[in-house]
Design a protein around this ligand. Structure first.
Ligand code: NAD
Length: 453
């Protein structure tokens, strides 16, 4: 049985992985080279917002199953299994920047003192597991020592906002390996998840790395497809919500990721689509659908800003009430959030903003620093609307689903409502006396067919 593991990187993936495994009874050492983060975590201060995470961290610090350190060397001496969950951000050409992985791996190589299983959970280009092996071998050879080790490609599929549940109940666990010994060891670690054997996909390392990129690229493409269909719906007078409903009932298509919106964002889809497209180019196997997806998604964000300015005309000194900044609900993550592009575009035309997001202000205040003189951060939804010329919903936080429409109307200078997440239906809002602009709601929603005699 494996009782003790180390996790390198205490971000959205590493901290959730470490905390949840500790909660399931393992002893976990979480390592990060950001000493400020580690000092905070030692006190139970969780630097990211992930529902439920703070309690789990606190509980397991108290139980002494979860410890935090900047000292990888010490952690290595106590653990045979080391999980890597450091960032792999995009470089200027879009390819994945492996410097954090390389630094972590070389440090392992510099300090390992016996057999180790190095499990890579970060999203990396195909071939990275082999590079990891090479870096370790180089470090061992510099030291003039030789230790046995295995590398596993074990990409993570958790989603921010539901990361704990996703980690506990994965659809599948992908394991890319060159040895059965390492596969057996990682299965011992994941034993606590009580998975069915059929949930494992055991393959080679390159295939495991490819599965992660192909999955994210496919989902990005699916949502982008619906964004384009939504645009066409507006032109031809169709309703995209009914289109999605009708399509989603086809088992070959499925209902998920058929909801149009302001474009995908976050720390995964944008960078992973660019990275896999770059791999395709380098290997002379271009992924033209993904290349188009990337362009269409950039366009979607601009299109949303244009939708607003087309409707409102001159935006000079207009005040816009904005609900939601994070790239999706239940997270503070604003990496590549559509809100950033949309606000930038509207600001270029002279708009000012009163904004409310339940959680993302810390992130917003530095990511939108250049717009600070144009932004007022508010304490709730309704404060944003007072004396604003229009309301824009950018992120579908649950609490925005049931706004008091009479209050919205009385606070706004004009009853103009841009709903970039289709939280409301056009007919309902128009009946309430609002000018409503959704995404792909080309016709009034008709809950009942009109009787004809
Ligand atoms: P993150 O940026 O939130 O966290 C990364 C952490 O690694 C940071 O705390 C950083 O300080 C630390 N770090 C960097 N270099 C280090 C080193 N040499 N030693 C120790 N710590 C180091 O990243 P994330 O969102 O958790 O993503 C991590 C990886 O998982 C990425 O490859 C990402 O694509 C992938 N992934 C992310 C998600 C997600 O929803 N965020 C989901 C699946 C997969």
């Amino acid at each position: 049985m494996i009782n003790k593991i180390a996790v390198i990187g205490t971000g959205y993936v590493g901290l959730v992985t470490g905390a949840v495994l500790a909660d399931l009874g393992l002893d976990v050492t979480c390592v990060d080279n950001n000493s400020e983060k580690i000092s905070g975590l030692k006190e139970g201060i969780v630097p990211i917002y992930e529902p439920g995470l703070e309690l789990i961290v606190e509980r397991n610090i108290c139980a002494k199953r979860l410890v935090f350190t900047t000292d990888l060397k010490n952690a290595l001496s106590e653990c045979d299994v080391i999980m890597i969950a450091v960032g792999t951000p995009p470089t200027v050409d879009g390819s994945a920047d492996l410097q954090f992985i390389e630094a972590a791996v070389r440090e392992i190589g510099r300090h390992m003192d016996g057999y180790k299983v190095i499990v890579n959970k970060s999203t990396v280009p195909i071939g990275t597991a082999q590079k990891i092996k090479g870096w370790i071998l180089e470090e061992l050879s510099h030291r003039g020592v030789s230790y046995d080790f295995d590398i596993l490609a074990n990409p993570e599929f958790l989603r921010e906002g539901s990361a704990i549940d996703d980690f506990l109940h994965p659809d599948r666990v992908i394991i890319g390996s060159q040895t059965t010994r390492a596969v057996d060891i990682i299965k011992q670690v994941y034993r606590v998840l009580f998975l069915d054997e059929s949930q494992y996909v055991v393959t080679d390392m390159e295939t495991a790395e490819m599965i992660k990129y192909a999955s994210n690229a496919f989902l990005a493409m699916k949502v982008t497809f619906m964004n384009e269909i939504a645009h066409l719906c507006e032109k031809v007078g169709a309703n995209v919500q009914d289109v999605a409903n009708g399509m989603g009932k086809d088992g070959r298509i499925g209902p998920e990721f058929l909801h149009p919106g302001p474009g995908y964002g976050g720390s995964c889809f944008p960078k992973d689509t660019r990275a896999i497209a770059e791999v395709g180019k380098q290997m002379e196997a271009p992924l033209t659908l993904i290349e188009q997806t990337i362009k269409a998604n950039e366009n979607q964000k601009i299109l949303m800003a244009r939708k607003i300015s087309d409707e409102m005309g001159d935006l000079q000194d207009k005040q816009l009430a904005v609900l939601g900044l994070s790239f999706k609900p239940n997270t503070d993550d604003m990496r590549e959030a559509p809100s950033i592009t949309i606000l930038n575009e509207l600001a270029k035309k002279g708009a000012k903003f009163k904004i409310y997001d339940p959680i993302a202000y810390k992130e917003a205040k530095w990511r939108l620093e250049h717009l600070n003189d144009r932004i007022v951060y508010c304490n709730d939804e309704y404060e944003t609307m007072k004396d604003s010329d229009a309301l824009i919903i950018i992120t579908e936080w649950k609490q925005f689903r049931n706004l008091n429409i009479e209050k919205v109307k009385s606070l706004l200078k004009k009853p103009l409502f841009f709903d970039l997440r289709n939280l409301y239906q056009k007919r309902y809002m128009e009946d309430k006396g609002l000018k409503y602009v959704g995404v792909g709601q080309g016709t009034e929603y008709q809950p009942f067919l009109v009787e004809t005699s």
